[in-house]
Ligand binder design. Structure first.
Ligand code: C2E
Ligand code: CA
Ligand code: CA
Ligand code: CA
Length: 270
């Protein structure tokens, strides 16, 4: 049994070393990738649940790695956050997305994800404002998606930043709702514009009563706080119908469109 234990530790240590090595080369590759402009933005529609008219596009970062191909953000965002590189990366996404949306013939909104690391920086509000000015995108066409964990901090910077941007017309969505620990009082004080229901609940809406009840709770809460509810990860007609029955305002998912490098031509060209 003793040997077995130390064997396990060896395996564990080996894995830790591998992980370290992996993140070290990833970090190095990422620095190069910024220089080589290997990061691109894909766009996924968010539609009105009832009319199915396009309301917004969410900007989702992708890494076109020269050897590994298309990499999803879950592979590199955590490392970018750890190294602080997310600040530069996030700024680049915001700039690309706002520049893109400013040329659309139809004034759909553009939704951009913001890392808790970016939001804890005092410089962030100024960065957003200068990008809006530079690209000419009206503030009310920009929507920032922040996670609950951004606000789960002692610092008042994230809240101050969001309140300031919101006063200028920028919309704020709380992402992945239901998976974190946001307190109701914090939520009501901030008065976000939207709550995004995490796709894990949407995927179980037809098979688990719990999931259905949680979505019912979130949409009800959104209404009473004067916010809109958005369901993410909608893949089937049945899921959509259940969400409509619960009064969920907006929907996003493969049923309406996958993230793509180019947006619908009717939006782009009118
Ligand atoms: P998220 O913000 O919750 O984005 C939704 C994720 O669900 C996206 O994954 C999207 O491609 C995926 N998705 C959309 N519709 C469906 C569906 O019908 N079914 C399923 N199974 N999945 C669907 P993606 O693009 O891989 O992004 C993963 C996460 O990476 C995002 O989760 C977001 O937290 C983060 N992320 C993406 N772009 C950025 C960025 O520019 N900045 C920051 N800070 N984070 C980003
Ligand atoms: Ca998001
Ligand atoms: Ca989400
Ligand atoms: Ca997510």
């Amino acid at each position: 049994a003793k040997n077995e234990g130390s064997g396990k530790i060896k395996v564990f240590r080996q894995r830790m070393l591998e992980k370290l090595q992996e993140s070290r080369t990833l970090e190095h590759d990422m620095a190069l990738a910024i220089v080589n402009k290997e990061f691109v933005v894909y766009y996924q529609p968010i539609v009105d649940s009832f009319s199915q008219k396009i309301y917004s596009y969410e900007a989702l970062i992708r890494w076109i790695h020269p050897l590994k191909g298309l990499l999803s953000p879950d592979h590199f965002i955590p490392v970018a956050e750890k190294t602080g590189m997310i600040n530069e990366m996030g700024k680049a996404v915001l700039e690309l997305a706002c520049r893109e949306a400013a040329c659309w013939a139809v004034p759909a909104k553009i939704s951009v994800n913001v890392s808790p690391v970016q939001l804890s920086s005092k410089a962030f509000a100024g960065i957003v404002l200068s990008i809006l000015k530079e690209t000419g995108l009206p503030p009310d066409r920009l929507e920032l998606e922040v996670t609950e964990s951004s606000l789960f901090t002692e610092s008042t910077t994230p809240m101050n930043t969001l309140n300031k941007l919101r006063a200028l017309g920028v919309k704020i969505s709380i992402d992945d709702f239901g998976t974190g620990y946001s307190s109701l009082s914090r939520l009501s004080r901030l008065a976000f514009d939207k709550i995004k229901i995490d796709k894990s609940f949407v995927h179980s809406i037809s098979t688990q009563e719990d999931a259905l009840n949680i979505i019912k709770l979130i949409t009800g809460m959104a209404k009473s706080l004067n916010m809109k509810a958005v369901a993410e990860g909608v893949e089937t007609q049945e899921q959509l119908e259940r969400l409509q029955a619960l009064g969920c305002d907006f929907a996003q998912g493969y049923l309406f469109g996958k993230p793509q490098p180019c947006i619908d031509e009717r939006i782009r060209n009118g």
